[in-house]
Design a protein around this ligand. Sequence first.
Ligand code: TEU
Ligand code: CA
Length: 549
Amino acid sequence: MTSVQLASNTQPLYSPISPNGQLPWWHHAIIYQIYPRSFQDTNGDGVGDLRGIQQRLPYLQALGIDAIWITPFYRSPMADFGYDVSDYCDIDPIFGTMADFDAMLATAHELGIRVVVDFVPNHSSDQHPWFIESRSSRDNPKRDWYIWRDGKDDGQPPNNWEAFFHGSAWTLDPTTDQYYLHLFLDEQPDLNWRNPELAQAMKQVLHFWLQKGVDGFRLDAITTMMKAPDFPDMPPDDPRFQGGLLLRLVDVHNYPDLHPILREFRQIVDSYPNQPILVGETGCADFNELMDFGGREALDEIHLPMNLKTPWFAWDAHVLKQAFTDYYTALSKGAVPSLVLGNHDQGRLASRYGVEHHRNANMLLLTLWGVPTMYYGDELGMLDGLILPEQRQDPFVGHDDYHGLGRDPGRTPMQWDATAYAGFSTVEPWLPVQTTFLSNVAEQEQDPSSTLNFCKRLIELRRSSPALHRGSIQFLETTEPSLLAYQREFEGIRNLIIINFADTSCTLDLSNMTDRVEFWLSSRMDVPTFDTVSSIFIRPYESLLLKLG
Ligand code: TEU
Ligand code: CA
């Protein structure tokens, strides 16, 4: 067996800026994403609700996360399962009442869990009273709250923009014989943020939730909020059409006057004493562009522009090392990285990377430098569910529909126990409980070597080791290409993480890095013994967390 050398020839990619100071809470937080329809049903209608979230908060406290981000629970006709909002300041009855929200928030805060809510500023529902007014006549006072244009002379849509969710981004409304713009579904008309009254009304929504005490917002589809005001056609032979959605929609993505609005959002949250944060759904062309959404050097826009590029990278040691090196290198000084591997749009780690890799994906997510966002169920290694055509709910048939099944497979109910419907509900849920590799919280809590206990231990170690939650990061050179190794360091305390991407084992020689190794955690959840620092044995698909020195 070959002995693999590990060496730190490179400089750390990041060194703590204020090594001794206390960091704002979100610099070292772990965010846990809840898709409320699928977390816990308490009233037996097969759909998760706010009381369900409240009931399961102790589970999340025991898991050790700092904040939850709940995707939309606002009043909605549910054309896009809540991302089509018809009242930004009310709770949809399917999720409960405002009293349920207040109670959930209060319990979360009692348990030391912060609550980040979704904010959907790009579009409302077509059932929002604003849109009903806007579409009623060309001279309605709210006409300009949405984006209306005449068709071309031949009756065709005003330009050739396509919606993210298929077809033209324009729909003709017969009442007034004009087209309205919708970058997503027909039922999701885009709001016109260049209308000051609309902008004011939407900013009031932020105040409404902040006054309730929420700890921040995840800004949905935020990069497309401002469109080129002349609505130019995109020439079909333009190279921008190639290479993915955002590039095709170059005239609606990261348009310059988005940034003054983001700065205003930032000032709004900064005016509340509980340090609420802005997390952005910030698709980007590259990591340099991603810095725009944080406000570049000024850091006065979104606190955490989400890095949504990494979920699309192959599970490969070299690819990921390069990707995170590029990301960390591109970061504005003082910016905090966002770590995302999956969410409600992209499906589950265990399915995308493979069951044998899912613990390592959690290892990566929770030990890299930055703020991890965990997606509910990934701490169990849940798989994408099998959705039969007649069970399909998601209206999305977009260009990046990676398995041709829409986004339902990654949205199936949380698996709590082995009872019918996995303890999620007492009736057939809105999406089926996935049946392959069925595993659940109750079972995994009993099993000392489960993925859940692995994640719990990992989070515990991360919280207690400043090297892991705020230390520098340095990717290491290895002589074995299927290993990813990096070191985190804070005030002389060093943690080493090694992830084996291959089905072969090898022996690591750390002698030129340290003369002493303390074992902290293996993805196998056993305790390997190492004779010397030059004989650290790593097994197929194993990841190790060690302390050096
Ligand atoms: O997603 C915006 C977005 O860019 C999606 O089109 C994404 O590319 C797609 O879901 C495929 O991965 C946000 C929300 O996350 C999504 O759930 C909503 O459907 C969408 O906005 C519209 O509000
Ligand atoms: Ca319910």
